[in-house]
Design a protein around this ligand. Sequence first.
Ligand code: GAL
Length: 402
Amino acid sequence: MKRKLFHLILAATMTIGLLTGCGGNANSSQSTSTSANNAAGGATESNANDGAAAAPENNTADGGVQVGIVLPTKDEPRWLQDQAQFESILGDAGFTNQVLFSQGSSATEKTNVETLISQGIQVLVICAQDGTAAAAAVEEAKDAGVTVIAYDRLITETQAVDYYVTFDSFAVGAAQGQYLVDNAPDGTGIPLYLYAGAATDNNAFIFFEGAWSVLQPKIADGTFVIVNSSEAAALQDKVELSRDEEGKIIGQITTDWDFNVAKSKAEAHLTAAGSDMKGDVLVLAPNDGTSRSIADVFASDKDITSYVITGQDSEKASVQYIIDGKQSMTVFKDTRTLAADSVAMTVSILNGETPATDTTYNNNAKEVPAKQTDIVVVTKDNVKSALIDSEYYDASEFTGLE
Ligand code: GAL
């Protein structure tokens, strides 16, 4: 299927062989690390440099921060996973770095970027709270001579993004949609509840588009019936949606990536739904946090006989929900790889080289060179091989794991 503006445009070229850091969460809102205070037992070889360019020699010592990382919020476990990876891998690679959280505020995000600029950063790795609003912050960084890497979420409407490191977000949504198709009950007229991420996040559009590419034919032929979005129902015969059309649907079914919004929307939808829209149902939930809260609401409705529900991020709590049969699937986005890709790019940039990329994304102002990572679908059947054997999590962190 052809992907449109903001989406994957072309593929090719080189890859970087990378090793990665370890799993686990960290908890501070802000932290500065160097190789000296991060490496257990003193200096270590750089993992991040294996297979990539060597770290530049003038990389520490003057008290400044070389690499600034800005993440959206500490309130979603996903971003704590990313923080842990950055601190581990950047520290091992010998870079001074600081991680700051925007706590859901574009104003805080801008202040964070300004703080990092004043500390002398050469590279900014930023996952935007709001992809459009972040343009002003990265333009300031660019003006200060900083190289800007958009991390996970594309920053739009600006020339001031040098690179983008991301997962294949279309594939995430398509995998969620495909899971619902493959695990739907028999018959037709199966109720389908749709939820999406925040309208300020470009990824939310790509996830939805990926899901729609798989779900739409099943909606159009009457196998599934959309319960909770009149906008989506009105567009059910359209194979490809415009950004505006997606925006109208997402406007109705957004969770804002917030557990509480997801919970109250799910409650309102089930209150409004007639008994013919209950029974065995399907739920497109955009990520793990929202999935758990929507799942709890559906599980407590006596007229819901069974539900199949998607997720994303392989958060620890959702992995337990999957083991317990309360969430059906998640999408594993290995934050070790994404952080390692960003560090490999940083090494190249600080060495004055052009980082390896394998695709571009159009951010509505330019084609941003991007490094894209594949995703893995996780269900009860492969939790162990995908997440435990790969050492992302330890088996002891879960109960009931076979
Ligand atoms: C997206 C990200 C997802 C998920 C979500 C919620 O942009 O790609 O992995 O974490 O935000 O914060």
